[in-house]
Design a protein around this ligand. Structure first.
Ligand SMILES: Cc1ncc(COP(=O)(O)O)c(C=O)c1O
Length: 293
């Protein structure tokens, strides 16, 4: 079983801010890698699904919230590649499903809701046993899909970029994508992660734990979370609105909107040398825009 990526374009942004700063900003449109298995999710699943098959699993089980891009992508991937999927969802079953969960269910994913307290203890042997009793044997994918095989897949994003760049940037939730970029760079050039959670210093340890070698050509911006995970501010929404209109590129409010807004802010503050080229990942997540309504 082999997952081959569709070639994805790189879009050059034209903007007076960039001209003033003498910085080139390129966007790798990973949101176009697959119609349903979008962005970094595709790369995270690239080696996990073949591993599940080789190990003889018919079911893949993973975790996420009611708007999870990962759950959405996994459900579509299960249908496309012939796996049963189970989504263990944080929180009590709602009276009506979010569009994300409706989509997942319609793709054939079985949804299992765990109270927030149980969800926090999801690695606990008793809860794992309960899941095995209900769903049989399964391939375990962690929340956000970030494990060693996901990092191996995300490392290939670097090789899938033909253009020269000095810094590659991505939004950071669990740190798996950034760990992949750091691995793919193998000590050359720089990687920048923009944390979308508040106070996410844990991400440094998470990225180090997922990265085999001890590289130091990367860092995480902790200042552009806009109030915390999935939180927005009027400033962020106004930025997204203007960006989308100017560049004809949709963003989501949880990840890519914060990434682009952070980069614009950093560029305006002179954080990047004149003449440098930044490459930012459009990591998908557009299905979550329904959450804005
Ligand atoms: C659209 C999107 N971009 C970026 C990320 C961040 O990736 P990671 O969790 O690997 O840090 C996620 C979450 O997984 C995501 O859904």
């Amino acid at each position: 079983m082999v997952l081959l990526p569709r070639p994805t374009p790189v879009q050059t942004l034209h903007d007076p801010l960039l001209e003033r700063a003498g910085v080139e900003l390129l966007i790798k449109r990973l949101d176009r890698v697959h119609p349903l298995i979008c962005g970094n999710k595709w790369y995270k699943l690239k080696y996990n699904l073949p591993a599940a098959r080789e190990q003889g699993y018919e079911t893949v089980l993973s975790f996420g919230g009611a708007w999870s891009n990962h759950i959405h992508a996994l459900a579509a991937a299960g249908r496309a590649y012939g796996f049963e999927t189970v989504g263990v969802i944080r929180g009590e079953a709602p009276r009506s499903l979010t569009p994300t969960l409706r989509f997942a269910r319609d793709q054939g994913m079985r949804l299992h809701f765990l109270s927030r307290a149980d969800y926090r203890r999801k690695h606990n042997a008793e809860i794992v046993e309960r899941l095995r009793t209900e769903f049989g044997d399964f391939y375990w994918l962690p929340e956000g899909g970030s494990n060693a095989l996901a990092v191996r897949g995300c490392a290939e994003i670097v090789a899938d970029v033909d253009q020269a760049f000095d810094v590659i940037a991505c939004a950071c939730g669990s740190g798996g994508t950034l760990a992949g970029l750091v691995s793919g760079l193998a000590g050359r050039r720089r990687a920048l992660g923009v944390a979308v959670l508040k106070g996410a210093t844990f991400l440094y340890d998470a990225v180090r734990a997922l990265t085999a070698a001890d590289y130091d050509n990367w860092h995480i911006d902790l200042d552009h979370h806009y109030g915390g995970y999935a939180k927005t501010t009027p400033d962020l929404l106004a930025f997204m609105h203007e960006f989308e209109a100017r560049h004809a590129m949709p963003l989501d409010q949880v990840y890519t909107g914060k990434l682009m807004s952070a980069l614009y802010d950093l560029i305006a503050r002179g954080a990047f040398a004149r003449g440098s080229t930044l490459l930012a990942l459009h990591s998908g997540g557009l299905q979550g825009r329904a959450g804005l309504a």
